[in-house]
Design a protein around this ligand. Structure first.
Ligand code: MN
Length: 273
């Protein structure tokens, strides 16, 4: 049986009047939704999408069909929020899915919220943004660095609702012991570089500590948008060939937090404040 630890944190940020992000951190689902700015009812859209998926909470595992049905409910509910049907939201994250005796991260994404994985010391973005700048990058017409400053960097090409009839992208990744998943809104990924995200995830022992510190770092770097981070740790993957004599307790294999705090000197690059 897979063992998980998780944490979540969200903040309105420093410029926006409302927090239109929503998130779900209840096994087996860990999701972030970003209600679309410039559209009416963005906060209702993200909340409605999360509610549709929350109906799956508490199950030990979900299938792709379960997630597809929840997505269809989310589209229906978000589309019904206002009479013009222009409410919309992104959604990204993971569901724990047990299939054929293996345990997987079932990753889904539509829009430009993001799902990342830190596994065996390698940090990578799993989801691919549905955005105008990502399309330019894919065609070789824009560098990834220039995309971060492009005037149309906030324009997404697929969403839940908002007139989109597109389906999410899905990936199925085997869960490995001590995998750490980060799901976030663009208010985090546009304020911090991938390297900064990876460093925080590597430094913070607890999932909740990592989520809180990531949001804090985004505020320090400007907090121009709503910021949401969900962090999930696979303490044990639940693979049947696990050696029972091995201990995979996350805390025992990482630097305890009090020591980590002491080791952060004022010269450390990711020092808070
Ligand atoms: Mn946003």
């Amino acid at each position: 049986m897979i063992e998980l630890a998780w944490g979540a944190h969200s903040d309105r940020g420093l410029r926006r009047a409302l927090n239109e992000d929503a998130c779900l951190a209840q096994p087996p689902l860990f999701l972030v939704a970003d209600g679309m700015g410039g559209h009416a009812s963005g906060d209702k859209a993200s909340a409605a999408a999360i509610s549709a998926f929350a109906e799956l909470s508490g199950r030990p595992s979900v299938s792709l069909e379960d997630v597809e049905q929840a997505f269809a409910r989310a589209v229906h509910d978000v589309t019904g929020i206002d009479s013009r049907g222009d409410a919309g939201t992104t959604i990204s994250g993971v569901a724990v899915s047990e299939q054929d005796g293996g345990t997987y991260w079932l990753v889904l994404n539509i829009g430009d919220s993001r799902t990342y994985r830190l596994s065996n010391g390698v940090f990578e973005q799993i989801s691919v943004d549905h955005s105008e700048v990502q399309e330019l990058v894919d065609r070789g017409e824009l560098s990834a660095a220039d995309a971060e400053r492009h005037p149309r960097r906030n324009v997404i090409t697929k969403a839940v609702g908002a007139g989109s009839s597109d389906m999410p992208d899905y990936w199925l990744l085997p869960v490995r012991d001590r995998d750490r998943i980060l799901v976030c809104s663009d208010g985090l990924s546009k304020e911090l570089s991938s390297e900064q995200l990876a460093n925080v995830l590597a430094e913070e022992a607890s999932a909740q500590g990592a989520a809180v510190r990531l949001v804090h770092e985004a505020l320090i770097h400007g907090g121009r948008d709503n910021v949401t981070a969900v962090v999930v740790d696979a303490i044990r993957s639940g693979e049947p060939d696990d050696d029972d004599t091995a201990t995979y307790s996350f805390d025992e294999n990482t630097v305890p937090r009090p020591v980590a705090e002491e080791e952060r000197t004022p010269d450390a690059p990711l020092q808070l404040g």
